[in-house]
Design a protein around this ligand. Structure first.
Ligand SMILES: Cc1ncc(COP(=O)(O)O)c(C=O)c1O
Length: 391
């Protein structure tokens, strides 16, 4: 029997064997120490931690003392938005967070929390292609918000935002920009030093490190308050005994991802486009979401008219293909994805959408298998969806 096919790398990735090998000594043996301890065990752990900080910084094109390790992307996103709003309040400024409508829930919920704390949230629209409306950004900047947060690559549709241009506009208005680069880091080339983004979120498990490690890149310490209070670790910005093994893994994974970025981006773009061509060749009314915008190589988001995504995913799973949906099930009711809704995708099509996301171990043979199997699954699901009155 053929192996199951994993096309859900935007959700998470397997830990790379080299990464596992690099982190293991920091869980056991001689390197398990607390990096704040002065003895040799502590010094060994500290050396591993600082090396990891250097590796992550080098992969991003920034400075090691700007890398603040966190428990992942969600924590870093919350820290950026709420921490910046609190810092603005301390300075006597407006506690206002400006975010795009297609942000990850970690950002949208954090902006909402700012409102609950007595501040303001402003949600910026995107166009049909999923790109930020820059006029709306300019208007919001006139309010001198505490923070603007716009993601570099969207996790559902893969659309790339013009972050260099957005960063320039924010810098001109003297407003700090945060970008959630969780789906961009290691996938599209950038050198952070070239762009005036004040804060950047990254997460390890999207590029071959384990879950539970991420970082907030803090390029200006005055613009964020600490969210966790404790000892003085990580410059007091994010105290708590550091996840040394996780950080070492992240450093290694980041280095590998960036080393192979160019070749891997070309390979994944070819595979993604091949998958789209195979599927559209058999089912031409399928829509590729975000097709009119630049997209990251690893994400293919499809809208299947006359089908519902839950049933599609179930049938893909039965065929040993793992993908994910464009909708979230909350309180029992299936709601269309907020990203697709913000892009103006009709509700029915949004409810029939799904995402394939590719990774370093995805092969051409797997893509061909999915490309051959998917049209048959669509036919079956369309019949079922019609019979159940769901599409
Ligand atoms: C764009 C984006 N931001 C933030 C996160 C959250 O990261 P983590 O899973 O490390 O908390 C994810 C993960 O799904 C993501 O795709």
């Amino acid at each position: 029997m053929a192996n199951p096919i994993y096309l859900d790398h935007a959700a998470t990735t397997p830990v790379r064997p080299e990464v596992l090998e690099a982190m293991l000594p920091y869980l056991s043996m001689t390197a398990f120490g607390n990096p704040s301890s002065a003895h040799r065990f502590g010094r060994t752990a500290r050396a591993g931690l600082e090396q990891a900080r250097r590796e992550v910084a080098a992969a991003l094109g920034t400075e090691p003392n700007q890398v603040i390790f966190t428990s992942g992307g969600t924590e870093a996103d919350n820290h950026a938005v709420i921490g910046a709003a609190l810092a603005a309040r301390v300075r006597g400024g407006a506690m206002c967070a400006v975010v795009s409508a297609i942000e990850h829930k970690a950002i949208l919920a954090a902006a909402h929390a700012v409102k609950h704390l007595g501040g303001e949230e402003i949600i910026l629209p995107v166009n049909h292609a999923g790109r930020l409306e820059l006029d709306a950004l300019d208007e919001a900047l006139m309010k001198r918000p505490a923070i603007v947060s716009v993601m570099w690559v969207n996790n559902e549709v893969g659309v790339v935002q013009p972050i260099p241009e957005i960063a320039r506009r924010c810098a001109d208005a003297k407003v700090p920009l945060h970008t959630d680069a969780v789906q961009a880091f290691g996938k599209i080339p950038f050198v952070l030093r070239d762009h005036p983004c004040a804060l950047v979120t990254i997460s390890g498990h999207k590029l071959g490190a384990p879950k539970g490690i991420g970082a907030l890149i803090v390029r200006d310490r005055h613009i964020v308050e600490a969210m966790i209070h404790g000892g003085g670790q990580q410059f007091g910005i994010r105290p708590g005994t550091e996840n040394v093994a996780g950080a070492v893994a992240f450093g290694r994974a980041a280095t590998i991802a960036v080393q192979h970025l160019e070749a891997e981006a070309a390979r994944l773009t070819t595979l993604r486009d091949r998958l789209a061509a195979l599927i559209l060749g058999s089912v031409p009314d399928i829509v590729v979401h975000g097709a009119d915008a630049p997209r990251a190589p690893h994400v293919l988001s499809l809208g299947v008219p006359g089908a519902d995504s839950e049933t599609l995913l179930m049938h893909l799973d039965l065929a040993d293909i793992a993908a994910s949906g464009g909708s979230a099930c909350s309180t029992g009711a299936v709601e269309p994805s907020h990203v697709l809704t913000a892009m103006g995708v009709p509700r029915d099509l949004a409810l029939g959408s799904l995402r394939f996301s590719l990774g370093h171990e995805t092969t051409a043979e797997e893509i061909d298998r999915v490309g051959v199997a998917f049209p048959g699954i669509v036919t079956k699901v369309r019949k079922l969806s019609t019979a159940l009155g769901r599409a």
